[in-house]
Design a protein around this ligand. Structure first.
Ligand code: CMP
Length: 140
């Protein structure tokens, strides 16, 4: 089915000038960018986004990292977009990510792992709405 998923290009990948390379991988895989913006997240905005991890030991570092520089948030649309994006990203820990995936090629650590992608239809719906209002999404 056609789905939408939220993608974030994280501060490490933005700092590496890899925005275009990463978006190019989405487009070459048949995903369409239907919304995009660059943001420097506040602690509150990053903490709210990752609220489900609030009790995890890595939460503070995660919020610190995600607020350390600008990010590019996008809505990707396409057939099985959620799973397709997760395949393109590779495992959360770049050391376990398959060769040729975004995290294998652009990330070094589990904290600075280049990209985020929604992990289920329910989280995609929440995450897209967390960053974009309906009039900021351009169906195409
Ligand atoms: P992301 O997909 O953005 O979701 C939560 C992030 O927490 C994850 O990517 C990692 O960058 C980061 N993180 C740090 N340590 C861990 C861990 N042990 N398990 C899962 N995620 C972690």
């Amino acid at each position: 089915a056609t789905e939408r998923t939220l993608s974030i290009i994280k501060p490490d990948a933005v700092a590496k000038n890899a925005i275009g390379d990463i978006i190019s991988r989405f487009e070459k895989a048949g995903l369409k960018v239907v919304a995009a913006k660059m943001l420097h997240l506040s602690e509150e905005k990053a903490g709210g986004f990752y609220a489900e991890h609030k009790e995890r030991p890595f939460f503070k570092d995660l919020v610190g990292f995600m607020t350390s520089g600008p990010v590019v948030v996008q809505v990707l649309e396409g057939e099985d977009a959620i799973a397709k994006n997760r395949e393109l990203m590779g495992a959360t820990n770049p050391k376990e990510a398959a060769p040729g995936t975004i995290r294998a090629d652009f990330a070094e650590t589990i904290d600075a792992n280049a990209v985020h992608g929604s992990d289920s239809p329910a989280s995609a719906e929440r995450e897209v709405a967390y960053f974009f209002s309906a009039d900021e999404i351009c169906p195409r």
